[in-house]
Design a protein around this ligand. Structure first.
Ligand SMILES: [Fe+2]
Ligand SMILES: [Fe+2]
Length: 295
């Protein structure tokens, strides 16, 4: 596995470029009710990047220059993701979230898992492997989510926007994956076992501590409810299984399967649309490959 190139990452880091998005066309086409709920949920999640940043910093990440450099760029990019999604909702005549409202919704699970991971990470730098593996799962899931939405929306500018966001999430994934790989390797069996156990006990899809649970089920069924969606989400798990000690990881697929069981009528799977910019039905899997992703 190659080394993560932090200098290249910094040189590519910027706010998502919206200059070529045709906002008039987006407004003309509008959003389906399902798309609106999914975008609200994703905006919630993007806006709460700060919570994750807080956990990483208080777990000792602030002592590591490469981690700090990455986080400085990352949080800026994620903030712009949230703003871009909000703009898309507004342009399409749908009300975006108010940050104050969403931060009030942080639940107990979020507080507990944050405390647990901070405690573990402050015990030994190796235990930051858990943060990094957690980050890799979330970024990979986010990339698959945006890519699936791009493939299934009839709103071409929305497809174009979320394809750009998916690209950024893959760059983020690459950082977390490399970090997790190194720390799990260095930490040996104790850190690997602790990380696998903690993920099994506490991992939940990104945004589940802050967004509406019904929207999460809707997202799972709408974006990953058909055969193709299942394959995309299995590819996310397969990427994580390449990490030392996580060879049995399948939690993202299990989350989708449980959402379908719990809310079979949340939404019919959206049909992939061909001809979307940068997101045609012929593009490869929605999930980034751990090996192929470049910083
Ligand atoms: Fe993002
Ligand atoms: Fe990200």
């Amino acid at each position: 596995m190659g080394k993560f190139d932090i200098e290249r990452f910094v040189s590519l880091s910027k706010a998502v470029d919206l200059s070529d998005i045709d906002w008039d066309e987006a407004a003309r086409v509008g959003l389906t009710d399902e798309e609106y709920r999914i975008l609200r949920f994703l905006s919630d999640t993007e806006s709460h990047t700060m919570l994750y940043l807080r956990d990483l910093l208080s777990g000792g990440g602030a002592n590591e220059p490469e981690v700090m450099t990455f986080l400085s760029c990352w949080v800026y990019e994620e903030m712009h993701h949230g703003r871009a999604i909000d703009r898309m909702m507004k342009v399409c005549g749908r009300a975006p979230n108010a940050y104050g409202e969403t931060s009030a919704k942080v639940n107990l699970r979020e507080v507990f898992t944050g405390s647990l991971s901070r405690l573990a990470a402050s015990t030994s730098p190796h235990f930051r492997a858990l943060h990094m593996a957690w980050g890799a799962i979330n970024e990979c899931t986010a990339a698959a989510t945006y890519q699936s939405l791009a493939q299934r929306t009839a709103n071409r500018p929305l497809a174009q926007l979320v394809t750009k966001l998916a690209r950024d999430e893959r760059r983020h994934f690459s950082f977390y994956y490399h970090q997790a790989h190194q720390r799990l390797t260095d930490g040996g069996w104790a850190v690997q076992r602790f990380s696998a156990w903690s993920l099994e006990k506490f991992w939940a899809p990104p945004g589940s501590g802050v967004g509406e649970p019904e929207s999460l089920d809707l997202m799972a069924t709408y974006l990953f409810g058909d055969e193709r969606g299942v394959a995309d989400i299995e590819a996310v798990d397969a990427s994580i299984r390449r990490l030392p000690g996580l060879a049995k990881f399948d939690m993202v697929s299990r989350w989708v399967a449980e959402a379908k069981r719990r809310s079979p009528r949340a939404a019919a799977p959206a049909t992939p649309v061909s001809g979307m910019t940068g997101a045609t039905a012929s593009t490869a899997s929605a999930a980034p490959s751990a090996v192929d992703v470049a910083a």
